[in-house]
Design a protein. Sequence first.
Length: 449
Amino acid sequence: MRPIVTVMLCTAVAIAAVAGCDSSTTPEADVAACKQATPDNQIPLPIFPGSDRVDLDAPSFSNPASVTNPLFPIAQLHSAILLGTVDGLPFRTETTLLNYVETINLGDEEIDVLVSQYMALIDGRIEEVALDWYGQAGDGSVWYFGEDVFNYENGLLADTDGTWVTCEDGPAAMIMPDNPQVGDVYRPENAYPIVFEEVVVKAVGQTVNGPSGPVSGAIVVEELHMDGTKEDKTFAPGYGEFFTGSGGDVEAIALAVPTDALAGPPPNSLVTVLDGAYSVFDAAHAQDWSAATATLSSMNTAWNSYQAGGVPPMLETQMDDALVALGAAITAADPTAARHAALDVAIAASDFELRYRPRVEIDYIRLDLWARRLQVDTEANDVAGIASDVTILEWVWDRLAPPAEESAAIGAAIARARAGVARTDHVAVRRAAVDIRRGVDTRAEGVNE
């Protein structure tokens, strides 16, 4: 069972020079004093004057889990994939709306807000995971209540910097106004010096190119960070955060469901690519390069057929690059590189399958793929890779939260993999990886019966 964390929020948003909670609170009340925002004159950043801000009025929350703001549609955004580059390395983000709520104590009432899991990978390794808490106010604005942040180095938890909790660390923060206009200023994070962001709206009514075609009604903002740097962000209806860019670093939406979902089962051509990746994975392990080459040829033919129908551009580039890398690894007769490349193709194919299949089914595919990756990394004694793979498996499993009768075998195997990492017992980790795959297969057989 998932823990439900209770955090405290003042009924009014703390303003720079105003106390956060009502001083008339009785000693008997089970209410913690809410921390107010740091006064503006103590924030050493080029911030806008309070007269420009649209987030200073106290919000009311009658039905916060019902988020209908089109520019931050977190209640409808079941899953999203963002792709880009950071420091010249491939960057991937998966966001997932979780199936439970976070209880927020407002002092005189409690509200339930939505929880979204954010998972970021750089060059295929886990970089950060955050559990973000969002709710909508009565006027249609969307508010940010805090986040649990987990930062990783070499696959292991390094710190939780960036974690903040409304009331404990500062006020709730507006992440999207109800009807943003040029010149509007608001703070998506307002707990300086723990976290801080200030946004100014630069343009509205923009049309942007989305995964499935043009999207109208987007806005462009400039965001000031706590370190003094700035970056541009685009938010688009049906997607929320759409594009982020600063210097050479770029992160952009590649796919979101249900916004980009399509009816029906995945086309046969796409299934051929995914099944082919599995076959090449096995052929490379056996060093059967003739079979791998023949299968890759069939995969390329199937991909060309699927691609001809028009596909989301960023996913298209991801697949093109993955197939090229797979071909190079097969030509080099490199078993480890070929197996990793086959898994990259499979991940790219599963991203496309998210358009046709429920997110839960895709996450089970991801479990299998990361268990396979774990097998390859244990055989190569890649310590950082092993730790990263296990961490990713844990977080994908966390967002699935299946019924107990469905979870025993897989959950136990993931736990054994974590224990093996702690003992540096790669044999035990490899066995656990096999058991994870077996558990996924067993579940699939039960679903298909």
